[in-house]
Ligand binder design. Sequence first.
Ligand code: TXA
Ligand code: MG
Length: 344
Amino acid sequence: MKTLFLDANAPDTAAIAAEIIRSGGLVAIPTETVYGLGANGLDENAVLKIFEAKGRPQDNPLILHVAQPGEMERFCHDIPESAYRLAEKFWPGPLTMVLPVKDIVPKRTTAGLDTVAVRCPDSDVTRRIIALAGVPIAAPSANISGKPSTTTAEHVRHDHDGRIDAIVDGGPCRVGVESTIVDLTEDRPRLLRPGGITPEQLIEVLGDLVVDKAVTAQIDKDAVVKAPGMKYRHYAPAEPVVIVSGSREKAAAYIHAHFTPGDRVLCFEEELALYADCAPLAYGREADVNTLSAGLFSALRILDDPGIHQVYARCPVGGGVAYAVQNRLKKAAAFHIVDAEAEA
Ligand code: TXA
Ligand code: MG
């Protein structure tokens, strides 16, 4: 199959992409979080192609992307008032809500659950594609399953050239980590995945938030979990990653003491000079956490190289968007963390 490359700014792009979606094809779409691998979310056969292209386990449900907040009513029932408040405040944007699903959504999309994840992405071209297609787009992150997510069209080309119908190039993703997921189907709202909408922002609207244990700890792969995707090993480069926590000085002392040729250091720009002899790669500035979220997956992709033995990674501390960066980096490290303060 020849993969079509479409520029988000070209006048025909939305119409061409929408036609491919309508006819059951696969289109990689830009969003503010990461690129998605999209298909008609109401067409079981089209959705099956997503699972095949990604090598994704079939028990891992997809997010339905809508063009307008109000469209969630086509696919969800018993929508709580809190969902409307969140949509009002954060859509279009990096927030996904889990709600009771209507029968119109095929089981293949929801992996047989009685809920569906919905999101209205903050990308003009993608919302235009959805609106022109007249159907919601089911889209996971476009990476091959288990690998770091795709935050540029080039990442998608690397993973899927010749295997999907089209890629819409909307430039690098602004947020860079996948959307925040909040489950609104229980008595209390539950954070299933941290992202660009922070726990603090959710609490401001909801007044309450339970953090699911899959966010903070490694989940056994046979466990029953709320977000099935959370139990799989994720974002992982080819070699082991270890997070080295603690002050800049203590972490540098630990890493220099353990570094051997063939290792790499994933650090903040402010630390590059400290690791000049340790093959450092910076993913953003510690002083601006948005640069870290935007740069993390590109860096993990560069480090996905079987020639590397071991990656020592520096991770931002604190809440807000840093909480999402911590979550992705901990998953890439399979929750392997060394405290340089304790080691010194
Ligand atoms: O930012 C994003 O959310 C991106 C872009 C493309 O929108 N999409 C994305 O999709 O990250 P994916 O498939 O890589 O991650 C979706 C996560 C998975 O962990 C999945 O298990 C969970 O959402 N999920 C989907 N439907 C669910 C449901 N009904 N209940 C609980 N979790 C659900
Ligand atoms: Mg994903």
